[in-house]
Design a protein around this ligand. Structure first.
Ligand code: ZN
Length: 164
């Protein structure tokens, strides 16, 4: 299993404030961007990053709004799925392997990782979760996963929190 850890050289916190509307003192919409790193250990794996995202949301102090979790890589992805039974992640990766074989006649990309690029596009590079009363509105069995399709590597995850 890969390990998600906070980045030593996080880009820090950029914060923009804008008024919520005319004559509503004290209510400010905030946009805060943070970043952490995930070290993956296998060529393909799903790393649960729910705790890291929750911690970053907590740090911002935003009580109501949303968080976007974004992966700036072309051979990885972000998804939300079951975090109770680890077999689910195994089966998702197995099904993706079957749908997108590692090698097949016709691939042109010279790096030899066309399967990883295809899986990245299929799964998608971001997820958005609503924040209510300071908590992520995930379902009881849902977790946020970083999906590695061409590891092992050190990867970046960017988190943007918006709200008040
Ligand atoms: Zn490539």
């Amino acid at each position: 299993m890969g390990v998600a850890s906070f980045c030593d050289h996080a880009i820090g916190q950029s914060e923009k404030c804008q008024g919520a509307g005319d004559g509503v003192p004290g209510i400010m919409m905030r946009i805060v961007q943070k970043e952490f790193r995930v070290s993956t250990r296998r060529r393909t794996e799903m790393v649960d990053i729910t705790g890291q995202v929750e911690a970053m949301v907590r740090e911002t102090g935003v009580r109501n709004g949303d968080v976007t979790v974004y992966c700036p890589h072309t051979t990885a992805a972000i998804t939300i799925n079951e975090n109770a039974d680890p077999s689910v992640c195994h089966d998702v990766l197995l099904a993706l392997d079957e749908a997108v074989p590692r090698s097949r006649p016709g691939y042109r990309h010279s790096e030899g990782n066309s399967d990883a690029h295809c899986k990245s596009s299929l799964v998608g590079c971001s997820e958005q979760v609503l924040i209510h009363d300071g908590r992520l509105t995930l379902g009881i069995w849902q977790g946020i996963y970083f999906c590695e399709f061409d590891g092992s590597r050190s990867r970046r995850v960017i988190v943007q929190v918006r709200g008040e």
